[in-house]
Design a protein around this ligand. Structure first.
Ligand code: ATP
Ligand code: MG
Length: 376
């Protein structure tokens, strides 16, 4: 998959921008605060209808303006599709082939993206919410059913929490409606758990050989899904079996949930552990080991997305090379070479990058303006 061009209107510090890209590596060089991350953020938003660094869409609109628009043409195996997205105080508006999309979950998946920024090196060490978000964002792009079930789960969870709050405050005594919400929560939640178990297993399988290579065969990576069901192999369980355990866990907490006024068990509390040679690398690993694990997981996603959708995703690398040593830079650049369209930002290119990136298209970013360097 390839993003052929990009147009921005009132997006962050870009009043108007119109760029064409090449299939290989597109490099954006510039000083601090010129708009490099803003540019990658616009591509991420075009793909996923949201930013990877803010929860407030309003931040995306140029200061003093009312509406931001991002559009581009995506080339697939089966042709080209124009997509566009606009953000305003009224919400967001998505179009595919110039046709309005009423459901954002129908829109997501047109352009598949993997982003790798310095914060992602914290994937291993960050809070569980970082890893849940990672699963939801990456897996959601590959699997529309998953996207649907997670958003349904979130919706029911919100409703159930609001109702538990009312029971807590004794505004109601009616437990029948709680049972209805519990049924809905269990149904959506057990599908989410089954899908995550499967995803994490396949991600681990794809990451293992990469990790072995980056660590010179010295280390063995594994990912362990932590959820309310404790089973040595969750992928061997049916959705119904998971649902049964989920319901039993909720039953055990029933009185406490009313006391606390919130849902105490469920996939909204999930996490996964990253193990290196059977030890939790977040706790026992060196910074280098944590980076190697994060890099292997990111690279594995590229292969997984290809396996799942039949096409390579587009890769966004925001200032990440400077955070990696020469050997890890080499692994990363060789892994994407000649197969993954990449958008890479940096203050300047390292020696390793200059040698390994074949014919990059270079752009210079300066205060919300971007100019393409003429080919040498
Ligand atoms: N909504 C907005 N409207 C206008 N300008 C904005 C908006 N949001 C951010 N900016 C400007 O964009 C600049 C930051 O751009 P960006 O984060 O892309 O920098 P960068 O080139 O990635 O820098 P660094 O190398 O430090 O990461 C800020 O200094 C700010 O002035
Ligand atoms: Mg930046």
């Amino acid at each position: 998959m390839e993003l052929k061009n990009l147009k921005l209107h009132h997006f962050r510090n870009y009043t108007d921008l119109d760029l064409s890209f090449q299939p290989g590596v597109n490099v954006f060089l510039g000083e601090n605060a010129q708009g490099k991350t803003n540019l990658l953020e616009s591509i991420y938003a075009l793909a996923l209808t949201r930013s990877h660094r803010t929860n407030n869409d309003r931040d995306l609109i140029e200061w003093g303006e009312k509406e931001a628009t991002v559009s581009g043409r995506v080339a697939h195996r089966y042709g080209e599709t124009p997509i566009s997205l606009s953000f305003s105080s009224k919400g967001k508006h998505a179009r595919v082939n110039h046709l309005d999309q009423s459901r954002l979950s129908d829109y997501i998946g047109q352009l598949n993206i993997i982003v790798f920024a310095p914060e992602d090196l914290a994937l291993v060490k960050g809070s569980p919410s970082v890893r849940r978000r990672f699963i939801d964002m990456e897996f959601g792009q590959m699997n529309p059913a998953y996207l649907h079930n997670t958003s349904l789960y979130r919706q029911v969870l919100k409703e159930r929490n609001a109702y538990l709050k009312r029971l807590q405050l004794k505004q109601t005594q009616d437990r029948v409606f709680l049972d209805v919400l519990t049924d809905q929560l269990v149904e959506a939640g057990s599908k989410v758990i089954a899908a995550r178990a499967d995803f994490i297993k396949r991600l681990a399988e794809a990451a293992q050989p990469i990790h072995a290579e980056v660590s010179d065969q010295r280390e063995q990576l594994d990912l362990a899904y932590k959820t309310l069901v404790s089973s040595p192999d969750l992928t061997a369980m049916s959705v119904d079996e998971i649902a049964e355990e989920f319901r039993a866990a909720l039953n055990r907490q029933a009185e406490r949930e009313i006391l606390m006024g919130t849902t105490l068990v469920g996939p909204h509390r999930d996490d996964f552990q990253v193990l290196v040679n059977d030890n939790d690398v977040a706790v026992f690993g060196s910074q280098g080991q944590q980076r190697t694990a994060a890099l292997a997981i990111k690279l594995a996603e590229i292969d997984l997305m290809r396996a799942e959708t039949g096409e390579y995703p587009v890769l966004l690398l925001d200032d990440v090379l400077s955070e990696l040593d020469a050997s890890r830079q080499t692994h990363l650049l060789l892994a994407i070479q000649d197969k993954v369209q990449t958008f890479l930002t940096a203050p300047s290119l390292s020696e390793v990058a200059r040698q390994l990136i074949t014919e990059p298209k270079v752009f210079h970013v300066n205060a919300g303006k971007i100019e393409a360097e003429s080919p040498q």
